[in-house]
Design a binder for this molecule. Structure first.
Ligand code: PEP
Length: 247
């Protein structure tokens, strides 16, 4: 299974900044063929990124989508709109969507269903908050998030990737240990096998939360860490290229 190294720029980098970023970044990673590299810019930067990524080895992703096809949903973006811009992946259920914008597991399930119906590959984010971790609830929280998100999609687990992102590790400079990540990733894979006994094992489990050029290789050395989802450290092209090549 090819590893997936993804950048989540969040609400950073305007279209012109995206252009400068890619002028620097693409030559740095042009020889990378044994892993998949993905950039998820904000919506207004997708067009310029699509143009610049054409013919490159770097794929384009989005940070969010809506589940309806079109209509009176002010401020939302459909999957067809994203696909027309060359978007291949979409992040669904990021903890900032859950905790700042109130996205529920049920809404996330609708988005995942729409992605699978239309062939856009979702990266489903799950992870516990600090109080849940301290109460020993990490696995229970992750299991509940996954079971609801995948409800009705049990046969399609091979069509999605999953990012384990402990909320307390995101943007804090305080990552999980590689061993903790490995433990939860192995649990997620076991759970997927229960949910879909027919699964072929194509679901990559990414780790996200304060990954940087110094710790990326340690995460990637864990047997069940199949990739990374990188926020802050992906905003600098040199730093993200370093992460891409760190294992
Ligand atoms: C993220 O937002 O998905 C993330 C992992 O952020 P950071 O790398 O900044 O912790």
């Amino acid at each position: 299974m090819i590893k997936l190294i993804s950048a989540n720029w969040k609400m950073n980098l305007t279209p012109s900044q995206t252009e400068s970023y890619l002028e620097r970044f693409l030559p740095l990673v042009k020889d990378v063929t044994d892993r998949e590299v993905l950039l998820c810019p904000p919506f207004p930067s997708l067009c310029v990124a699509q143009r610049m990524l054409e013919g490159s080895n770097v794929r384009l992703g989005a940070q969010n989508c809506f589940y309806e096809k079109k209509g009176a949903f002010t401020g939302e973006v459909s999957i067809d709109m994203l696909k027309e811009l060359g978007v291949f992946y979409v992040i669904v259920g990021h903890s900032e969507r859950r905790w700042i914008f109130g996205e529920s597991d049920e809404l996330i399930n609708k988005k995942l269903t729409a992605c699978i119906e239309t062939g856009l590959r979702p990266i489903l984010c799950v992870g516990e908050r600090i109080e849940e971790r301290e109460a020993g609830l990490t696995l229970k929280v992750v299991e509940t998030q996954l079971r609801i998100a995948l409800s009705g999609l049990e046969a399609y687990t091979d069509s999605i990737d999953i990012a384990y992102e402990p909320v307390w590790a995101i943007g804090t400079g305080n990552p999980a240990t590689p061993e903790d990540a490995q433990f939860v990733h192995a649990f997620i894979k076991d759970l997927l096998s229960q949910i879909n006994p027919e699964r072929k094992g194509n679901t990559r489990i990414l780790y996200g939360g304060s990954v940087n050029p110094s710790n990326a290789g340690q995460f990637m050395s864990m047997g069940d860490v199949d990739g990374l989802l990188v926020g802050s450290s992906s905003l600098d092209p040199d730093s993200f290229a370093h992460i891409v090549k760190s294992f």
